[in-house]
Write a protein that binds this ligand. Structure first.
Ligand code: UDP
Length: 329
């Protein structure tokens, strides 16, 4: 079965390619390599360098091959950048994604699995967030994803296809076999930054705000290992193929860790004690984002394998060591 994957050269897309290959699917990746890395695309994958709005290239591809499902990862993900350049986010994450969906549907594709984000919820006032919670994004990145979700939902009402929207919580860690991991010129994610500090690439980690209304004053997130998230995609694919139903699912473990707890755990698992500084809150940050996983667990038969902060951190540090030793970036 042929699966079309956009953004397969990116962090999450490349891990999903690995899981899809392990499960026996054929994959064609479309990526314009604007932020993705060609070396992260597994060898067995057909690769086409193109933007998702390149309807000509896509139409030609559909004439050559028939695709059952689109998994759409290609998109910009930097919150701060989205505040500076909102148009970039609405153009690519919403407008181009809509063009991509239309092209696929016009070519008879029946299933779309779309990467969304917990950023759609904004700053919810609930300990565990369920999919029906109000969508109130705090930045253009989150807003661009809400708008794309809405387009997809509307298109599905008028066309013969199904979707699964996956709202990712905080994705971290690396493939345990170190075939892929996060590569980023300007990292902003806590676990990436902390792992760089753990291998001595950074001198310290700054905690952005310790005056939040949480048990230790630092913000709380639900960190999910990228390979478990990749498995959710394979299970979602099986679900949509079998049940032919559309769903919106949160992707997290349903357990929150504060920034301080993440860094304390890191100091326990690595030899290098990292130096912690305290700074101001980062604008646009939510206090706490932890997933209610009921809908996810009810819908797909998924058993997480790496549901443990230490494992997430260890794989992330190993990956940082690898890319440092191999001078990748
Ligand atoms: N954070 C931090 N120091 C850093 C990077 C992140 O204190 O150097 C905090 C950030 O303010 C947030 C949490 O760690 O509360 C997770 O941030 P990240 O950027 O990893 O993911 P986000 O939840 O923003 O998508």
């Amino acid at each position: 079965m042929n699966i079309l994957v956009t953004g397969g050269a990116g962090y999450i897309g490349s891990h999903v390619c690995l899981s899809l290959l392990d499960a026996g699917y054929n994959i064609t990746v479309i990526d314009d390599l604007s932020s993705g890395q060609k070396k992260l695309i597994p060898d067995k994958v057909e690769f086409i360098q193109a933007n998702i709005n390149d309807t000509n290239k896509l139409n030609k591809l559909f004439q050559k091959k028939s695709f059952n499902t689109l998994m759409h990862f290609a998109g910009f993900v930097q919150v701060e950048e989205s505040v500076k350049f909102p148009e970039k986010y609405f153009n690519n994450n919403t407008k181009n994604a809509t063009i991509l969906f239309e092209t696929c549907i016009n070519n008879g594709l029946k299933n779309i699995i779309f990467s969304s984000t917990a950023a759609v919820y904004g700053n919810p006032n609930k300990e565990l967030i369920h999919e029906g919670a109000t969508l109130n994004p705090l930045n253009p990145y989150g807003e661009s994803k809400v708008q794309t979700e809405n387009k997809l939902i509307k298109m599905q009402k008028n066309n013969n296809f199904n979707y699964i929207i996956l709202r990712y919580f905080n994705v971290a860690g690396a493939d345990p076999k170190l075939r892929s991991g996060l590569i980023s010129k300007k990292p902003t994610h806590l676990i990436k930054i902390a792992s760089q500090a753990a291998i001595g690439k950074l001198n310290s980690v700054t905690i952005f705000g310790n005056d939040y209304n949480t048990h230790d004053g630092t913000a709380i997130r639900d960190y999910i290992h990228v390979s478990d998230l990749a498995d959710i995609h394979v299970k979602s694919l099986e679900y949509i193929l079998e049940k032919k139903q559309s769903k919106i699912l949160n992707c997290g473990y349903g357990k929150g860790y504060s920034v301080k707890e993440v860094l304390d755990t890191l100091n326990r698992v690595c030899n290098n004690k990292i130096y912690i500084k305290y700074g101001n809150r980062r604008s646009g940050d939510a206090v706490s984002l932890v997933s209610n996983t009921n809908q996810l667990m009810k819908t797909i038969s998924w058993t997480p394998k790496y549901n443990d902060l230490e494992t997430i951190l260890k794989t992330s540090i190993k990956w940082e060591n690898k890319i440092q030793n191999e001078k990748i970036l």
